[in-house]
Design a protein around this ligand. Structure first.
Ligand SMILES: *[C@@H]1O[C@H](CO)[C@@H](O)[C@H](O)[C@H]1NC(C)=O
Ligand SMILES: *[C@@H]1O[C@H](CO)[C@@H](O)[C@H](O)[C@H]1NC(C)=O
Length: 345
């Protein structure tokens, strides 16, 4: 190659690199800052093999991480650590939506939880880009909301069981109890709500079309919330459940059979075959409904997990000085560092 051609190639490569890394490609809003969480250490009982579970020693927890819900995710992780007898036996798996935030989110986790064992995964929007239909609330249409469908594909095969947690919840009990539940051969465990009106999760067009509604024949489907799930990943992979969920997302694209985001495909595939988990593990709906986000009360009974599903989020309501009474239960886990209005310098 003549030397000037070399130069030309080098210049082109450089130009390409500059273009690819151009910060103008995505706006950079600074991420919030958080206080450093204390180090959580295992209790003495943790050195003995856990007699209550038949599963391996590490507890695997999957969550998504993005700029909008970051404050909620940090509070959730903090709450899990604080109530765990063996916090050093926890391993977190965080799914991120954009390469752009990757490094900043990693450093946020590293500085907030210096002792945490965690892995980051890049969730490629293209996996779901053409499969998402608009729902009644825009937040539900975010591609990252669909990451829970792909856990079995994205997690290493050495992870056999996973707990999936939404980012708008706190755990106030030892997560090992949830981890240790017997799935009784089922693929998915979650609290079920059999009194909820199941029909309302699908359109009348869905129910009047026998081809669709027959999928629920021979099942007694109950609503469950996909914000808290225990999943047998081996069985999921074996049965190719990701593909089964994707089929319904494609059908939705053409026939519009429901109004919500990632929940209905889960109901279509799993409702009626879910291993029921105690209701204490998902006191959901604390964010109010999908439209107004009104204040809600706890459901009767014991509480191991509080979930602000719905439109209202505790950190937003607290910041706007209009908190709901139960938001005061979330506040102690908030590690967000409010920047002083006036700096001393
Ligand atoms: C915690 O992890 C240690 C080391 O991997 C293991 O020996 C122990 O059994 C685990 N404890 C529990 C309660 O799972
Ligand atoms: C359940 O929801 C459907 C559709 O929204 C409605 O037509 C039906 O009346 C509801 N049933 C009950 C018992 O509320």
């Amino acid at each position: 190659m003549p030397p000037n051609l070399h130069l030309l190639t080098a210049t082109t490569t450089l130009l390409l690199l500059i273009l690819l890394h151009s910060p103008a490609a995505a706006p950079t809003k600074p991420l919030p800052h958080f206080r450093e969480a204390p180090a959580f250490r295992n209790g003495q009982e943790c050195s003995k093999p856990n007699p209550t579970t038949t599963t391996a020693d590490t507890i695997h927890i999957a969550m998504t991480l993005d700029a909008t819900y970051l404050r909620g995710s940090i509070a959730a992780v903090f709450s899990v650590l604080q109530h765990s007898t063996c916090p050093q036996n926890l391993s977190f798996h965080f799914f991120l939506s954009t390469l752009h935030h990757h490094h900043r989110l990693r450093s946020t986790i590293l500085t907030t939880f210096p002792y945490l064992s965690f892995h980051l995964y890049h969730f490629d929007h293209n996996l779901v880009k053409n499969k998402i239909s608009s729902s009644i609330r825009r937040a539900l249409d975010q591609p990252l909301n669909y990451a829970r469908i792909y856990l079995a594909d994205l997690l290493p095969h050495s992870v056999h069981r996973i707990i999936y947690f939404d980012s708008d919840l706190i755990v106030v009990d030892d997560v090992a109890k949830l981890w240790g539940i017997n799935l009784n051969g089922k693929i998915l465990g979650a609290p079920e709500y059999c009194h909820a009106n199941f029909s309302s999760y699908f359109t009348s067009g869905f129910w009047s079309n026998p081809i669709f509604s027959e999928f629920f024949q021979n099942r007694r489907p109950c609503y469950f919330n996909t914000g808290v799930m225990v999943i047998d990943l081996d069985k999921w992979r074996e049965g190719k459940f990701t593909e089964k969920l994707e089929v319904w997302m494609r059908i939705q694209k053409r026939y519009r059979i429901y109004e919500l985001g990632s929940l209905p495909p889960f109901l279509l595939v799993f409702a009626g075959n879910v291993e029921p988990v105690e209701h204490r593990w998902n006191q959901h709906g604390l964010g109010g409904d999908n439209l107004e986000g009104l204040c809600r009360d706890l459901h009767p009974g014991p509480v191991s997990l509080l979930h602000w599903s719905g439109k209202g989020k505790p950190w937003l309501r607290i910041d706007s000085k209009k908190p709901c009474p139960l938001d005061s239960l979330w506040a102690p886990y908030d590690l967000f560092r409010h920047e002083p209005l006036f700096s001393d310098s």
